[in-house]
Design a protein around this ligand. Structure first.
Ligand code: PLP
Length: 400
């Protein structure tokens, strides 16, 4: 019988995938489920982006490309970082892959060994710890409570750094909280990092264009230019342009790290899909009305859902700066009893109660490393969000 290698048995399947799958199963079995577990835009990919893919096929762009992508995509990425963030990168400082997820994995594979430590602020995107473990590193989880806006403080960072620290992962705006670091917060973290030259920063900015604040979004490499050569800035088209299935992500950073990632990529996939690259290049380099329009819609949903949840006794929710998730606190329902007499001991019990009791699928905070919370996605219709809020309210009110 087949026995997987230890790097496989050490890690787990993404819990968000598992929960979404369960909600889909229940739906398929005829249950009335409002699914708020989705981690992707509910919008279709913009028509003009699809058109660019058709045109690429017609031009015969259906072959392998350079490992670091087509010139059109590279120029579009470099242009985007320059325009939006004021950051200048050259060709040998950027790489592309099959989603930001692949780039993050390759970056860790290219750098981590011998239990090198990777600081991961919690709550975190579920994949980070397992990616570190799969690559023989040691995740160092730092709890970032609601009181600090779910953000890493300079003091907490300083305490977490050891001589073995190789990476700090920053994800702003964050999945699952939507919290984003301000210019002054990044500056303060930067001051700590400047004292520890062995630490690199994985800046996962995949949600940076799903942005609700008036002040412009920013990122560590732009705020602290002295750190630019220690930051791997990762991004992609999945969330901003509703292109999750096209699988294009990219990163910019120090040339030696990029060269190592490209070397691995040359042996792993050669290059991402040529057709998807053409579509992504078009999305980045042409008119951005899709982003403006979709963010308006997300913002209305965010405001509505936050107001509804904050009006439910026992729940409370910070207003996210970006991304399309809410991370409400459910501390007020812990210890209560369901109408069936079951005690809600933790956030997993609570999401199971929501799923079985009122047919709302959400994800437990435990999966993201900070309890008692649960994650709701508002990348779904206002109708579904309204229905979900009604049901959650009913479920919480039914607790004794
Ligand atoms: N980073 C974060 C925080 C995410 O939530 C996701 C997707 O869920 C990704 C990276 C990966 O995005 P992709 O691989 O689609 O580019």
């Amino acid at each position: 019988t087949f026995v997987p290698a230890s790097r496989v048995s050490r890690i787990k399947v993404s819990p968000s995938t598992a929960a979404s799958a369960r909600a889909r199963e229940l739906k398929a079995a005829g249950h009335d489920i409002v699914d708020l577990t989705v981690g992707e835009p509910d919008f279709d990919t913009p028509e003009n982006v699809k058109g660019a893919a058709h045109a690429a096929i017609d031009r015969g762009e259906t072959k392998y490309t350079a490992v670091n992508g087509t010139p059109a995509l590279r120029n579009a990425i470099i242009g985007d970082f320059q325009r939006r963030l004021g950051l200048t990168y050259s060709d040998n400082e950027m790489c592309v892959g099959g989603g930001a997820k692949q780039i993050l994995f390759l970056a860790l594979m290219a750098s981590v060994e011998n239990d090198a430590e990777v600081i991961i602020p919690a709550p975190y995107w579920v994949s980070y710890p397992d990616m570190v473990i799969a690559n023989e590193g040691k995740p160092v989880i730092v709890q970032c409570p609601q009181e600090t806006g779910f953000k890493l403080t300079p003091e907490a960072l300083e305490k977490a750094i050891t001589p073995k620290t190789l990476w700090l992962i920053l994800n702003s705006p964050s999945n699952p909280t939507g919290a984003a670091y301000s210019r002054s917060e990044l500056d303060a973290l930067g001051k700590v990092l400047l004292r520890h030259p062995q630490v690199f920063v994985l800046s996962d900015d995949i949600y940076d264009q799903v942005w609700f604040k008036d002040e412009p979004m920013t990122t560590l490499a732009a705020v602290v230019p002295e750190l630019k050569d220690r930051v791997l800035l990762t991004n992609g088209v999945s969330k901003s342009y509703a292109m999750t299935g096209w699988r294009i992500g990219y990163a910019a950073g120090p040339a030696p790290l990029i060269a190592a990632i490209n070397k691995l990529q040359s042996q792993m996939s050669s290059c991402p899909s040529s057709v998807s690259q053409a579509a992504a290049a078009f999305a980045l380099a042409n008119d951005q009305t899709f982003i403006i329009d979709s963010v308006k819609v997300y913002k209305d949903r965010r405001d509505y859902a936050c107001a509804r949840l904050n009006a439910i006794p026992g729940l409370s929710c910070l207003v996210p700066d970006g991304a399309f998730y809410l991370y409400p606190n459910c501390g007020g329902v812990i210890g209560k009893k369901t109408p069936d007499g079951k005690v809600i001991e933790n956030d997993l019990d609570f999401v199971l109660y929501l799923l079985d009791g009122v047919g709302v699928a959400a994800l437990q905070g435990a999966a993201y490393g900070l309890s008692p919370y649960f994650r709701l996605s508002f990348a779904t219709s206002m109708e579904a969000i309204t229905e979900a809020c009604d049901r959650i309210e009913k479920a919480v009110k039914a607790l004794i």
